[in-house]
Design a protein around this ligand. Structure first.
Ligand code: ADP
Ligand code: TRP
Length: 310
């Protein structure tokens, strides 16, 4: 089974990203033949700062390597290094209609807020379809917010196959965050847009500060918000005992949570600290060579089928 996933290089990760996306993606890549792509051209639909984009690409790759992606097994590369992605996206754009793309949630949200969407954002689902379909992908592990994009990829495959003959496999999504929605320090879904995050690769002090700020219900003897996050790191029996013997002792329970997060994060942080920019660049270059070999073979077939190869 072939697995393909992508991530937008969009800044520092939090514990929610780790539990909901990073950890399950790393586990799936251990089990299956996988490709992991840094979607830098997708990021260009919103970013205008070259230095920031460059740093985000390096850091996002480093985060995934630190979390356990093995670059010898999984092909790790960035989108812009494989021009076949944008090439195939163009071909798909010529097959779909404007009203079809107008149904995209990401596009509708932007327009709904009264903002002007660029044409790149409008065509975003066709670039993502190209990412996925170029590699005969079976499974696409993604967050629930990306479900529609995988549907678009299936539709693009079907439209192409109907017009030019059987070429692309229709992929299936595997929704990752159905496993757990991690609550933030205020009890709402942890999200960088709500400012309620516990940083994944922060220092121990930064993690401690965030945990200490978790809002607790002073009427309850067991702090629900602390417990909900703790349950992602320890089993129920252990926690039942811990929370029973420390009834009402919120500080003790928060300190225990800090240690339990630290036990998971510290080894990753240590790995992350020793991965140099140079190593990341080498891994991406090597990944791009492997990805490109596959993508160019697929595109040779596509060019033949649509009639541009003479
Ligand atoms: P944010 O909400 O902080 O902007 P993103 O939308 O960038 O996070 O999410 C990146 C990935 O992390 C997605 O796959 C998403 O499903 C997952 N994710 C984000 N927040 C959480 C959370 N609180 N619980 C579980 N998964 C999450
Ligand atoms: N759009 C995805 C996101 O914002 C990132 C992405 C780009 C992706 N191409 C992909 C995910 C292909 C899975 C497969 O999270």
């Amino acid at each position: 089974m072939k697995l393909f996933t992508g991530l937008q290089p969009s800044g520092a990760l939090h514990i929610g990203n780790y539990i909901g996306a990073l950890k399950p993606a790393v586990e799936m890549c251990k089990e299956h033949e996988g490709m992991l792509m840094v979607a830098d051209y997708h990021a260009l639909t919103t970013l205008r700062e070259p230095a920031e984009l460059r740093a985000n690409i390096i850091n996002a790759t480093r985060d995934y390597l630190a979390a356990g992606i093995d670059p010898d097994k999984t092909v790790v590369f960035k989108q812009s290094d494989v021009p076949e992605h944008t090439e195939l996206a163009w071909i798909f754009q010529c097959l779909v209609t404007v009203p079809f793309l107008e149904l995209s949630h990401a596009y509708k949200d932007k327009v709904g807020k009264g903002l002007e969407a660029n044409a790149g954002l409008f065509a975003y689902p066709m670039l993502m379809a190209a990412d996925i379909l170029l590699y005969n992908t079976d499974i696409v592990p993604v967050g629930a917010d990306q479900r529609q994009h995988v549907e678009y990829a299936r539709e693009a495959a079907a439209k192409f196959n109907k017009a030019f003959g059987d070429t692309f496999k229709e992929p299936k999504e595997r929704i990752l965050d159905a496993i757990a929605i991690v609550p933030g320090t205020d009890g709402k879904k942890m999200s960088k847009s709500y400012g309620n995050t516990i940083p994944l690769f922060g220092t121990k002090d930064e993690i401690a500060k965030a945990v200490m700020s978790i809002v607790t219900d002073s009427n309850a003897e067991s702090p629900t918000n602390v417990y909900a996050i703790h349950a992602l790191f320890r089993d129920g029996d252990y926690l039942g005992e811990l929370y029973k013997t420390n009834k009402g002792k919120y500080k003790v329970l928060k300190e225990a949570l800090i240690e339990d997060i630290e036990a998971v994060v510290a080894p990753m942080r240590e790995r992350r600290d020793v991965i140099t920019d140079e190593e990341v660049k080498q891994i991406l270059t090597h990944g791009a060579e492997r990805a490109r070999a596959r993508a160019s073979a697929k595109m040779a077939d596509v060019r033949q089928k649509i009639g541009v190869a003479l």
